[in-house]
Design a protein. Structure first.
Lengths: 285, 355
């Protein structure tokens, strides 16, 4: 292919059958991917990935193991540079930007295998999330100028306010690494919210949680969307959670989208059932 | 604002660190006044201050920023040479006789130039990670040493002459830096008080930096690079910040060190010296500033005290390093030590937790 890859000026046909909820139809979609793809040494891990997410939509990304779901997250957050296609956040092309710059444009994420700053306290973890929201320069910090005290206080209050979402203010001084698994997952969400995102990517937020905790998480995801007016895209294997909270669901298999639609549409889609359970052999009952 | 437990612990740590340093200074000053101090120890006071500053600043790079840098002595040599040249210029050209003023200007100049060199080196080097970064910083340390080995700086008629070839300098000028002979004819102007103030400045800079927004970002990059970047932290910027700050402090220590004797030679700043500082840092504990202060002091004084055994110094260093590594990193030994101190800890904890 002689055509220059992932150039931002390339003409691309806008993907069809997007599933943006009606209330967001007149807004700029928070995330738009166009023919996004990446190859690892000839293997197309993700190919022709088209997805549009509305301003306040909760969307789900599901698929069997190894389908490329986390790779999609890594493409959107610029951990990987895509080999084809484009990602737009609020209409802005992410081409050529780094992870930190993408974060400044309003993408925040959690990780499948938790990546907290284990040796720091819970509050410090959230304060890292506030890094670009409540700022002061290095010299104010070293010389302890008034700006340092004002901004540190603001960070402290904001951190506690965010921790309050999950009722975790009491844990502010605990070492993040010493927390139980489920609490660590919630802390990751709080830390991601602290960056003041427009799009929150949750990678298996319910992994390792018991049914009761998952139930709570479902409520909290909806609550976060309502309170912060942000879009959420989540990867999850817990179908109760996905079907219960997601407005639009996108199914991925072998790096390609095989179905898009609402929960009930997906549940009845034969292609999806085949991807998960395998094909019925001829002659079997 | 309510003081949280973590905050209180940090404050106590900082107070203990400063109290220890100031206390030691006062004791030593009174010993000097009473003339009860031994001559060899008195001669060691300024070097001790220099090595403390070196250890604390290297701890900022290794312990807090988490990058293994093996060229720290290179920045010290930049500072030492700059300090010697600036001090020489101030006497010969600008005729400034006030020693304190000369010392302050020399230290600031040494710090600034070392910081500049640190920034220039940091741009390519900090793109590397782990072993690669260690090897490249080692190489840069050696490059700096080899450059000053052929550096000739002289002054005469109110002008500054500089060359990497001796022949090009005119006759009859005052040599400040004479190639492999090093910086010569330095008038020693370093004082223990100046060293003490430099130590305090270093401690304040490093401790305040660590407990600020920038310091948290530096630690976040160390703990989990991807997560830190995902939170919008510019990793290169904060690694650079730690590296350059450490270079500035090392340069200041170098200037103080250089102006403490009448000559400075390039062989004082070899790879071995970088490793020496690394030993201070590892022995004191990575990221532990107070530990660096104590280990730098002890390991500078001990060889003088054990002069008779000086030949075995490096052997002891090696053994001590191995032992410290085993004791701090071996899970079996750690759990054994924890079990030993558990009864005492429990008593404290039950007292502290009852609210």
């Amino acid at each position: 292919m002689s055509q220059k890859k992932h150039s931002s000026t390339r003409m691309v046909p806008v993907p069809t059958n997007s599933i943006v909820p009606e209330r967001d139809i007149n807004e700029i979609p928070v995330l738009e991917t166009r023919h996004l793809g990446i190859e690892f040494g000839g293997l197309k891990a993700v190919d022709d990935f088209n997805l549009t997410i509305g301003k306040t939509e909760i969307a789900g990304l599901i698929g069997p193991n190894g389908a490329g779901k986390t790779t999609v997250f890594n493409l959107i957050t610029k951990v990987y540079e895509p080999t084809s296609g484009a990602t737009l956040i609020n209409g802005r092309d992410l081409h050529g930007l780094g992870i930190a710059q993408a974060s400044k444009l309003g993408i925040a994420r959690t990780f499948q295998n938790i990546r907290l700053f284990d040796n720091m306290t819970v509050e410090e973890n959230v304060r890292i999330g506030l890094h670009n929201n409540i700022k002061y320069d290095m010299f104010s910090g070293i010389l302890r100028l008034p700006r340092y005290w004002i901004q540190e206080n603001r960070q402290h209050e904001k951190a506690l306010e965010l921790l309050h979402i999950f009722g975790m203010e009491g844990l502010a001084d605990e070492r993040a690494g010493s927390l139980p698994y489920g609490v660590q997952r919630r802390l990751e969400i709080v830390r991601a919210l602290a960056t003041n995102p427009k799009l929150l990517l949750l990678d298996e937020p319910a992994a390792g949680m018991n049914p009761h905790e998952t139930e709570e998480l479902m409520e909290n995801i909806a609550k976060i969307r309502d309170q912060f007016q942000i879009a959420i895209l989540l990867i999850e294997h817990d179908m109760n959670l996905v079907m219960g909270v997601c407005e639009g669901i996108c199914v991925l298999n072998f790096g390609r989208i095989i179905a898009k639609g609402t929960a009930s549409e997906i549940q009845q889609n034969p292609v999806v059932i085949e991807a998960y359970l395998g094909k019925k052999k001829e002659g079997q009952a | 604002m309510k003081m949280t437990k973590a905050k209180r612990n940090k404050l106590i740590y900082n107070i203990v660190t400063f109290a220890l340093v100031i206390g030691a200074f006062l004791i030593l000053q009174s010993m000097i006044a009473n003339k009860t101090i031994t001559r060899s120890l008195k001669g060691q006071l300024v070097p001790i201050c220099c090595w403390i500053v070196m250890a604390v600043s290297l701890n900022l790079v290794i312990g807090i920023s988490g990058e293994l840098s093996l060229g720290h002595a290179g920045f010290m040599s930049v500072g030492a040479y700059t300090g010697a040249v600036v001090s020489g210029l101030l006497i010969n050209v600008y005729d400034i006789q006030d020693a304190t003023l000369r010392l302050v200007i020399a230290i600031i100049a040494g710090g600034l130039l070392a910081g500049l060199v640190g920034a220039i080196i940091g741009i390519p080097v900090l793109r590397l990670q782990g072993d690669y970064l260690a090897i490249v910083t080692l190489a840069f340390g050696e490059i700096i040493r080899n450059l000053v080995n052929v550096l000739y700086i002289g002054t005469g008629d109110g002008r500054l002459y500089m060359s990497f070839l001796n022949k090009k300098l005119p006759e009859g000028i005052v040599m400040l830096v004479d190639g492999a002979k090093g910086a010569v004819k330095i008038k020693p102007i370093s004082t223990f008080t100046a060293g003490f103030i430099l130590v305090l400045i270093t401690l304040a800079v490093v401790l305040n930096l660590v407990n600020s927004r920038a310091g948290r970002a530096i630690k976040a990059c160390r703990d989990n690079r991807i997560a830190a970047e995902s939170m919008g932290v510019n990793v290169t910027k904060y690694k650079m910040m730690a590296f350059v700050t450490a270079a500035v402090l090392a340069g200041m220590a170098g200037a103080l060190y250089g102006l403490n004797s009448s000559t400075v030679v390039p062989t004082q700043f070899t790879f071995n010296q970088s490793i020496n500082v690394l030993v201070f840092v590892v022995l004191g504990g990575l990221g532990n500033v107070l530990g660096s202060v104590i280990s730098a002091t002890l390991l500078t004084v001990l060889p003088e005290v054990l002069r008779a055994f000086a030949d075995y110094r490096m052997l002891v260093y090696a053994v001590v390093l191995i032992l410290v590594m085993i004791f701090t990193n071996n899970p079996t030994i750690r759990s054994f030590v924890n079990r030993l101190i558990a009864p005492f800890k429990k008593q404290n904890k039950s007292g502290g937790d009852a609210q």
